[in-house]
Design a protein around this ligand. Structure first.
Ligand SMILES: *[C@@H]1O[C@H](CO)[C@@H](O)[C@H](O)[C@H]1NC(C)=O
Length: 224
C-alpha cells in the first residue's frame, strides 16, 4: 500500500510542477498583450557598405537603412552616425540626416561616401544613433544601428584576389587551349613574384639555417 502512496505523491508533485510554468506563461502573455496594444513605432537600423571590398585609394559608400517594424509612424527621426574610423576620409555627404516620418512597414535610407585613404586591415564603423518620436505622446526613443566591418586592402591584394578566382575557374576547365594555360601561368607567376618575392629567399635562408644546425649537431655528437 505504501507503493500507492508514493505514486500518488509523485503525481501530485508532477502536477504542481506542470501548473507553475503554465501560470507564469499566462502572466507573460498578459504583458505581451499590453505591449502590443500600445501603438508605437519601432525603428530597426542597419548599416553596411555598397562595395564588396574596401580598396585603398577608392571610395566606399556607407549605407544606413531605417525600417519601421512598429505599429505607428515614427516622427521627427534624427540620424547621427559615429565618427568614421582612422584611415578613412569623408568625400561626399555626411553622417547626419533627418526624416520627418517613417511609416509603418516602410524604410528610409541615407548614404555618404568615404575614401579608403591610409586604412589597412580590419576597420569597424561604429553604430549610428537614431532618435525619434515613437508614439502619440511624442515620447522620444533612441536606438542604434548595427556596426559595419570592413577589411581595407591594397590594389595589389585585390589583383591577387582576382588571380585566385581565375585559378579556381582554371581548375574547373575554363582554360581550353595550352595557350590559355600558358597565359594564366604567366600572369600568376608575375603576380607571385610581385607579391611573394621574398618567400623564395626565405626558403633559401631556412635551408642554410638547417644546414648550420646539422653541422652544429654533428660537432656536438663528435665531442660526446
Ligand atoms: C569618389 O567620390 C567622389 C565624390 O562623389 C568623386 O568625386 C570621386 O570621383 C570618386 N572617386 C573614385 C575613385 O571613384
Amino acid at each position: 500500500m505504501a507503493q500507492w502512496k508514493a505514486i500518488l505523491l509523485f503525481g501530485l508533485v508532477l502536477s504542481a510542477a506542470c501548473l507553475r510554468p503554465a501560470a507564469a506563461e499566462e502572466a507573460e502573455d498578459a504583458d505581451d498583450e499590453d505591449y502590443a496594444e500600445a501603438e508605437r513605432a519601432h525603428l530597426i537600423v542597419r548599416k553596411w557598405f555598397k562595395e564588396e571590398r574596401a580598396v585603398q585609394g577608392r571610395n566606399l559608400t556607407v549605407h544606413l537603412e531605417l525600417y519601421n517594424a512598429g505599429s505607428t509612424t515614427a516622427n521627427s527621426v534624427e540620424l547621427v552616425d559615429a565618427d568614421i574610423p582612422e584611415g578613412f576620409e569623408l568625400v561626399e555627404g555626411s553622417g547626419r540626416a533627418s526624416f520627418a516620418k517613417v511609416a509603418v512597414g516602410s524604410s528610409a535610407a541615407h548614404s555618404y561616401v568615404v575614401k579608403v585613404a591610409a586604412a589597412e586591415g580590419f576597420a569597424t564603423f561604429e553604430p549610428a544613433k537614431v532618435t525619434y518620436k515613437a508614439d502619440a505622446d511624442g515620447e522620444e526613443q533612441t536606438t542604434v544601428s548595427t556596426p559595419a566591418y570592413v577589411e581595407a586592402i591594397t590594389a595589389v591584394q585585390e589583383l591577387q584576389h582576382y588571380a585566385l578566382i581565375g585559378g579556381k575557374y582554371a581548375s574547373l576547365g575554363m582554360m581550353r587551349t595550352s595557350r590559355d594555360w600558358f597565359t594564366a601561368f604567366a600572369v600568376l607567376a608575375v603576380l607571385g613574384a610581385a607579391l611573394g618575392g621574398n618567400s623564395a629567399y626565405k626558403g633559401v635562408s631556412t635551408a642554410r639555417t638547417n644546414q648550420r644546425r646539422k653541422k652544429a649537431l654533428a660537432e656536438l655528437e663528435k665531442d660526446a
